[in-house]
Write a protein that binds this ligand. Structure first.
Ligand code: SF4
Length: 697
C-alpha cells in the first residue's frame, strides 16, 4: 500500500478556531438536530474528551448505555479535525457499532454541524484489505485449493462454487466491495478465493486493476476524511506492525474499549498448521524447483505426524521431535523463499503468483522462527506463550495447530498506541470492582494518578486483585478517568438475584436444581428471558429441558444465524433465547421482550485455557494471586457485559439472575459484585418470581 494514498491531503480548508463554537454549544446543536434531550453525562463526557484532545492526555471514560456516548466523542473529535486540519480515528470492536456510526450518527452529525464548523466534516470507513473484494484476484488470481479436508466433500465444493459465483455477480453491483455489505454472507473459504491480505496484494502501482480497486478507493477516501472509522484489528495492525495502514492521525477514540486487549492479542497471535505449510508448498509448486517445493510439503507432513502424537495444551518446553519438525519447516520455507528469487517487474501474472506464494511462505517461516525462539529465554522472562490446539483428545475434526500469543500486550500498547497520540478509551464497562485501574494495567497504563471517580452506587467498592502480569508501568503515559454513570436508575429498575441456596456448578452439565430454578424464573417472567451460559453444552441442555417443560419458544444459539435469532427473540415477547459467549456482549433488545437475564455460572476462563493459565502463572511467579488477578478480572468483565443486556432503554425493568452461588458466598464475590451495575440485590427466589410476575401486570 503506497503511503501516498493514505496521506492524501484534505481538499477543504480548515475552519477558523475562533469562529467555531465550543464543544458544549456544538453538542447542544447536534442533540437538537437528532431530536434528543441534553443529558448531563453526555455533556461531561464531551467536555472531558475535548480536554483530553487539547492537553494530549489519555482518557478512559465509562459511560453507561443510554448516555449517548457516541455523540459525546464524535462532536469534539470532528471539531478538532476540522479546526486543526487533522484526522481522528474511531475504532470499534463490533460491526454493529461501526454501522451505527457510519450509517446513522455521522451522516446526521455532519449535516447538523456543517453550518457551525464552516464546512461539512468528512468521514470514511476503513478496514483491513482482507475485508474488500480484490478484483484482480477475482478475475485473474489463482484459485485457492481447499485447505479444509471437509471441502473435498463434493457437496461442500459445489456449495463453495455457488458462493464464488454469487461473489462474481455481486462484484458488478457493489460500490464498496466491503464483505460486511454482502447479505447473506459467504463462507470464509469462499471469501478467501476473492480477497487478498496486505502482503498478497500486488500493490496499486503494479496491479492492472489498481484504479478500480475497492481497498485502494477506501484508503483514498480515508486519506481525505476528517474522521476515519475502523476496527480494533486494523488499529492494532497500524500500531504494532510498523507500517501505516491508517491515515496519519493525532487522536484515537477506542469505543468498546473493554474488548481492546483481546482484539490486540488476536492480531498478535500466530498459528502454524500442517495445512498452511501444505498450501504454501502448493502455491510455490510451479514457481520453484519441484524438489524444493516437495521438501516443504514433506516438512508439512512431518509436522502433521509429530503433532498427531501430542496432546493439546500449553507447552512449557518444546518437545524435541516437535522442535525438529518446526525447524525443518522453517528451513524448507526459507529455501522456497530463496528459490523464488527477486520479483520480475515486467511479468504481472508471474508477480501475482509469486506474491501469493511469498505471503504464505513468509508467514510459515516467520511463525516457525517465532515458535522456536519463544523458548529461548528463561521461563520467567518469556514474552510468548505456545500451545497445541485441536487434535488428539479434544476435537478430532479440527487439525492440530501450534499457536503462539503474547503473554501480555500492555507493553506494546503503551509504546505503540499511547506513545505517539492522544487516546480516548470508552465503553459501558471500564471499571472492574469499582476502579479503572484493572483494565488500565492491561493497556499498559500506570496506576491512576488520583483516585478515579467511582461508578456511582456500585454495590461495593472492593480493590481489584493486583495485576502484575506485565512490567509495572509506573512512569507510563499520563491518563485520567471519568465515570459519567448511567441515566438508568439501576436500584429501581433492576434486581440482582443471587441464588445462594443452589449447589455449586459441577463439571457434568447443569445440576437439576439449576434447571428447576431456570424453569421457574422463565415461567414467572412469561418467557422474555436471555440465557447466558458458560458453555454451548449447558445452553443446549437448558434449551432441551425447558422445551420439554414450558410452552414458550426457546431459541438456542446455533439454530440459525445469531442476528436472525436475536430478531426473532426481540419480536416475540414469550420467546426466550439461550446461548453462549457472543450473546453475552452482542444483544441489544430494549423493551418488554427482555426482562430476565440468567447466567448459569461465573464465566471464569477454562482451567486449561493456555493463555489465561500462563498469565495466572506469571502473576503467581511474582508473588500475586494468579487465579484472582487473571480469572476474576476476565469473569468480572463478562459478568458486567452480560448484566448490561437487561436495561437498554429508560423504561426497561427486570431481573439479572446468577445461579452460581459462589457470587454470593466466595471471597472474590465482592469484587465481582462490585463490577455489576448497582441493582437492588436479593437471595430470595420467591421475591424475584413475584417481581417478575408483577412487571407485566
Ligand atoms: S491493488 Fe490489485 S491486487 Fe491489490 S487488492 Fe487491489 S485489486 Fe487486489
Amino acid at each position: 500500500m503506497p503511503a501516498s494514498s493514505l496521506q492524501a491531503t484534505k481538499p477543504l480548508p480548515s475552519a477558523n478556531a475562533d469562529e467555531v463554537p465550543d464543544v458544549t454549544a456544538l453538542l447542544t446543536a447536534a442533540v437538537e438536530a437528532v431530536g434528543g434531550a441534553e443529558r448531563p453525562g453526555q455533556v461531561a463526557m464531551a467536555e472531558a474528551v475535548a480536554r483530553a484532545i487539547r492537553t494530549g492526555e489519555h482518557l478512559a471514560v465509562q459511560a453507561g448505555t443510554g448516555t449517548g456516548k457516541s455523540l459525546a466523542y464524535l462532536v469534539p473529535a470532528l471539531r478538532h479535525a476540522v479546526v486543526e486540519d487533522a484526522t481522528v480515528v474511531v475504532s470499534t470492536a463490533t460491526i454493529a457499532l461501526q454501522r451505527q456510526l457510519v450509517d446513522r450518527d455521522l451522516p446526521r452529525l455532519a449535516k447538523a454541524l456543517s453550518p457551525l464548523l464552516g464546512r461539512e466534516p468528512r468521514f470514511a470507513i476503513l478496514k483491513g484489505r482482507r475485508n474488500y473484494l480484490c478484483l484482480h484476484r477475482l478475475h485473474t488470481g489463482a484459485p485457492e485449493e481447499p485447505e479444509d479436508p471437509g471441502l473435498f466433500d463434493p457437496f461442500a465444493v459445489s456449495a463453495m462454487g455457488r458462493q464464488v459465483k454469487r461473489l462474481h455477480e455481486w462484484s458488478s453491483d457493489t460500490e464498496t466491495g466491503d464483505r460486511d455489505e454482502l447479505v447473506p454472507g459467504v463462507s470464509e473459504q469462499a471469501w478467501r478465493q476473492v480477497s487478498v491480505t496486505a502482503k498478497e496484494c500486488l500493490g496499486v502501482s503494479r496491479c492492472p486493476i489498481g484504479v478500480d480497486c475497492f481497498a485502494e478507493r477506501a484508503r483514498a477516501e480515508a486519506g481525505k476524511a476528517d474522521l476515519v472509522v475502523t476496527n480494533h484489528a486494523l488499529l492494532a495492525i497500524d500500531a504494532l506492525e510498523g507500517y501505516p495502514v491508517l491515515p496519519e492521525h493525532d487522536v484515537v477514540v477506542v469505543d468498546e474499549a473493554h474488548d481492546l486487549v483481546d482484539r490486540v492479542t488476536s492480531v498478535a497471535t500466530a498459528e502454524l498448521t500442517p495445512n498452511a505449510v501444505a498450501a504454501a508448498a502448493r502455491r510455490c509448486g510451479r514457481l520453484v524447483d519441484e524438489e524444493i517445493a516437495d521438501r516443504l510439503a514433506e516438512a508439512g507432513d512431518g509436522l502433521h505426524l509429530t503433532l498427531a502424537e501430542l496432546a493439546p495444551g500449553r507447552l512449557d518446553d518444546l518437545p524435541t521431535p516437535l522442535a525438529g519438525a518446526v525447524a525443518v519447516v522453517r528451513d524448507a520455507a526459507h529455501a522456497c523463499v530463496t528459490a523464488l528469487g527477486p520479483e520480475r517487474k515486467e511479468d504481472v501474472e508471474g508477480s501475482t503468483a509469486r506474491k501469493l506464494a511469498l505471503a504464505l511462505l513468509e508467514e510459515v517461516h516467520d511463525t516457525a522462527v517465532r515458535l522456536l525462539t519463544a523458548f529461548e529465554p528463561p521461563e520467567q522472562d518469556r514474552y510468548d506463550v505456545v500451545w497445541i490446539s485441536g487434535g488428539v483428545g479434544q476435537d478430532h475434526t479440527r487439525p492440530s495447530a501450534l499457536r503462539v500469543a503474547p503473554l501480555s500486550v500492555g507493553g506494546l500498547l503503551r509504546e505503540r498506541l499511547f506513545g505517539p497520540r492522544s487516546v480516548v478509551l470508552t465503553s459501558a464497562t471500564l471499571t472492574l470492582g469499582g476502579t479503572f485501574d484493572t483494565l488500565a494495567r492491561q493497556w499498559g497504563l500506570p496506576p491512576a494518578p488520583a483516585p478515579s471517580r467511582r461508578a456511582p452506587g456500585a454495590a461495593t467498592e472492593k480493590e481489584p486483585p493486583a495485576d502484575d502480569t506485565g512490567s509495572p508501568a509506573v512512569d507510563g503515559p499520563k491518563w485520567t478517568s471519568l465515570d459519567v454513570g448511567s441515566p438508568f436508575d439501576h436500584p429501581r429498575s433492576g434486581i440482582l438475584y443471587l441464588a445462594r441456596h443452589l449447589p455449586q456448578p459441577g463439571r457434568d452439565g447443569l445440576p437439576p436444581q439449576y434447571l428447576d430454578e431456570l424453569a421457574e424464573l422463565v415461567e414467572a417472567a412469561g418467557g422474555r428471558a436471555l440465557g447466558l451460559f458458560s458453555s454451548m453444552r449447558a445452553a443446549k441442555q437448558a434449551t432441551e429441558a425447558l422445551r420439554e417443560r414450558l410452552p414458550n419458544t426457546i431459541l438456542c444459539q446455533g439454530d440459525d444465524s445469531t442476528s436472525l435469532l436475536v430478531k426473532q427473540f426481540a419480536e416475540d415477547e414469550p420467546t426466550c433465547l439461550f446461548g453462549t459467549l457472543s450473546l453475552w456482549q452482542g444483544v441489544d433488545v430494549p423493551g418488554p421482550a427482555l426482562q430476565l437475564v440468567v447466567m448459569d455460572r461465573i464465566p471464569f476462563p477454562r482451567p486449561d485455557d493456555p493463555l489465561a493459565s500462563a498469565r495466572q502463572r506469571a502473576v503467581a511467579a511474582r508473588g500475586g494471586n494468579g487465579f484472582l488477578t487473571v480469572a476474576a478480572t476476565h469473569a468480572a468483565l463478562l459478568l458486567a457485559q452480560g448484566a448490561g443486556r437487561l436495561l437498554r432503554s429508560m423504561n426497561d425493568r427486570g431481573v439479572v439472575a446468577i445461579l452460581d452461588p459462589r457470587l454470593a458466598t466466595a471471597r472474590y464475590g465482592g469484587f465481582l459484585r462490585a463490577s455489576l451495575p448497582p441493582f437492588w440485590t436479593t437471595h430470595d427466589p420467591e421475591v424475584v418470581r413475584a417481581a417478575l410476575r408483577r412487571i407485566n401486570t
